[in-house]
Design a protein around this ligand. Structure first.
Ligand code: 3PG
Length: 305
């Protein structure tokens, strides 16, 4: 089978080697399309692919229509909002993700951003410490759990809310469970977002909700830019000069947010999962899932059943 690795944002070289070895050992042919800039390049490359490994690459109906032989797409990572899963299902294409494989990398970056934010963006002026502060985790999945683990090392008080995870499971992890999302925002000095982008969550982080944060609150986003209501957050940051917003996903309104000097920072490109370890874990897991699919029909990680 021909397996296309299509990554606009490439994996670390060690991950590409590992993925290729894994697939070749199972008898598959591997084609690599990295750093492509034109959609046409992807449409051409996918034409005769039986399987595909992607990151946040957009797998649209146009891509799926061009991929006449495609049987499986594996998103080497957690979020699959960049893939039209319903259309893939119509075309009998299995879509899978590799949950948990890059979550530690994202969680570590939360603290990279957080220390930077509380230490006045390293401008030389006195900042604050994390010890004793309340950290709120919105969505207690793989990333949220890693964030909780690391936060305890910093001596933070950790709170979480997850619409789909029972309070008992949150408390079993040694984290205070809030009853509602509002309670989480009202309680915590720092609020870290780990919700996926779904029709229910898009633009859900809005003026009303963020305004519940106590004085000097910090909002951190390492999830998806779409969950933020940018217009409303801009309005709130103009009104509340105590708020900070740090993000690993550059908002569409980056230029406007930049006006809040000393209160806003965005990485130039989403880099939460940009570690060799995360790329190896997620990429090799993706290759193994493709091998299992062609070997035994295994679809354990299918997200479009
Ligand atoms: C994910 O959903 O797994 C993370 O956001 C990482 O995405 P990336 O592979 O595009 O860096």
């Amino acid at each position: 089978m021909k397996v296309l690795i299509a990554t606009e944002k490439p994996f670390a070289p060690s991950a590409v080697q590992g993925i290729t070895a894994e697939l070749k050992n199972a008898g598959h042919e591997v084609v690599l399309l990295e750093k492509y800039t034109e959609k046409a390049e992807l449409l051409e490359a996918v034409k005769d692919a039986d399987a595909m490994i992607v990151r946040s690459d957009k797998v649209t109906p146009e891509v799926l229509d061009a991929a006449k032989q495609l049987k499986i797409v594996v998103r080497a990572g957690a979020g699959y909002d960049s893939i039209d899963t319903a259309y893939a299902k119509e075309k009998n294409v299995v879509v899978e993700n590799t949950p948990g494989q890059n979550s530690n990398a994202v969680a570590e970056l939360v603290f990279g951003l957080l220390v930077y934010a509380v230490r006045s963006f390293y401008n030389g002026k006195a900042g604050t410490e994390l010890m004793g502060k309340k950290l709120g985790i919105l969505a207690f999945g793989n990333v949220g759990r890693n964030v909780a683990r690391i936060a305890k090392g910093f001596g933070m008080e950790v709170y979480a809310y997850d619409a789909f995870c029972p309070a008992e499971a949150i408390e079993a992890a040694g984290v205070h469970a809030c009853k509602t999302q509002d309670e989480l925002f009202q309680t915590c000095d720092v609020l870290s977002l780990h919700i996926p982008a779904t029709p229910q969550t898009v633009k859900s982080i809005d003026y009303r909700l963020v305004n519940l944060l106590p004085k000097k609150g910090i909002l951190i986003n390492t999830a998806r830019k779409e969950v933020i209501n940018e217009e409303e957050l801009l309005k709130l940051m103009a009104e509340r000069e105590d708020l900070k917003f740090v993000t690993d996903i550059m908002p569409d309104a980056d230029a406007e947010f930049k006006k809040f000097e000393g209160r806003y920072f965005s990485t130039p490109k989403k880099m939460g999962a940009q570690t060799a370890e995360a790329n190896n874990n997620a990429g090799i897991a993706a290759a193994k899932q493709i091998n299992a699919f062609f070997d035994t029909g295994d679809t354990k990680f299918q997200v479009n059943k």
